[in-house]
Design a protein around this ligand. Structure first.
Ligand code: TYD
Length: 215
C-alpha cells in the first residue's frame, strides 16, 4: 500500500546543459521534500522505464537522423508518462524527473535546429495536458559546464558536441524560461553548492506553502 503525501502531488523537472550540475542537486531536493513528509518518485529521461533505458542507450551512443532522435526521445517519454509519471501523480506522489520535454526543445530544437513546430506537435501528441509544475533550470556559461564534465568516463554522443551546440541549447533553455516564467526557476549554477541549496530550499518552501491542504 502506498503512503499518501501530505500535500497534493507535484511534478518537478530538472534541466540544464551537460555539466550544469543538476544531478548534484536532485538528491538534495528529494531529501528536503521527504523530510517534510512528501512521498516522491525520482526518475530520468531519456529512460525511467525498462524500455526507456534501452532507448536511452541507443540515443546516447548511436548516430541517427535528427528526427529519429526527436521521435525516440518522445517515444521514451510516452512510455515514461504511462508507466511512471501519471501513475505516481494519480497515487498522490510527487515526481522528480531528471529532464523532461524542455530538454527536447533545448537539445533537438536549439542545439540541432529541429523545427520548433514539429516538437510542439510531438508534445501535443504525447502529453497534451501534462506539464511540470516546477522546472529548475541550472544555468552556467559553457566554459564552466565543460570544466565540470566527468573526465573519468568517456563522453556520450551529446557530451561530444561542440561549443556552438551547447550555446544554442542553453539559449533555447533560457528562451523557454522566459516564455514560461510561472513554472521555470533559473538557478545560477556558478554559485557554491551551499548557496544553490539555500536558493532551492526557498523555492521548495514556497511550493510547499501553496501545496499545503486548506490553502
Ligand atoms: P544527462 O541527463 O545529462 O545524464 P548524465 O548526467 O548521466 O550524462 O544525459 C542525457 C542526455 O540526453 C543529455 O545530453 C541531454 C540529452 N537529451 C536530449 O537531447 N533530449 C531530450 O529530450 C532529453 C530528455 C535528453
Amino acid at each position: 500500500m502506498t503512503q499518501q503525501s501530505i500535500t497534493p502531488a507535484r511534478f518537478i523537472s530538472f534541466e540544464g546543459i551537460d555539466g550544469a550540475g543538476k544531478s548534484t542537486h536532485i538528491g538534495f531536493v528529494a531529501a528536503f521534500l521527504r523530510l517534510r513528509g512528501v512521498t516522491l518518485v525520482t526518475t530520468r529521461e531519456p529512460g525511467g522505464t525498462a524500455l526507456g533505458e534501452k532507448l536511452r542507450d541507443l540515443l546516447l551512443h548511436e548516430k541517427m537522423h535528427l528526427e529519429t532522435e526527436a521521435l525516440l526521445m518522445f517515444a521514451s517519454r510516452r512510455e515514461h508518462i504511462a508507466q511512471v509519471i501519471a501513475p505516481a501523480l494519480q497515487r498522490g506522489e510527487w515526481v522528480i524527473s531528471d529532464r523532461f520535454t524542455d530538454a527536447s526543445f533545448a537539445y533537438q530544437g536549439g542545439g540541432r535546429g529541429l523545427d520548433r513546430g514539429k516538437m510542439e506537435a510531438l508534445e501535443q501528441w504525447v502529453h497534451p495536458a501534462l506539464q511540470p509544475d516546477l522546472t529548475l533550470l541550472f544555468d552556467v556559461p559553457l566554459e564552466v559546464a565543460r570544466a565540470r564534465l566527468d573526465a573519468t568516463r568517456s563522453p556520450d554522443k551529446f557530451e561530444q558536441e561542440q561549443a556552438d551546440f551547447f550555446s544554442a541549447t542553453r539559449e533555447e533553455y533560457l528562451r523557454r524560461a522566459a516564455q514560461f516564467p510561472q513554472r521555470f526557476r533559473v538557478i545560477d549554477s556558478t554559485q557554491s553548492i551551499a548557496a544553490i541549496e539555500g536558493q532551492l530550499a526557498a523555492i521548495l518552501h514556497a511550493v510547499l506553502a501553496v501545496s499545503a491542504p486548506g490553502h
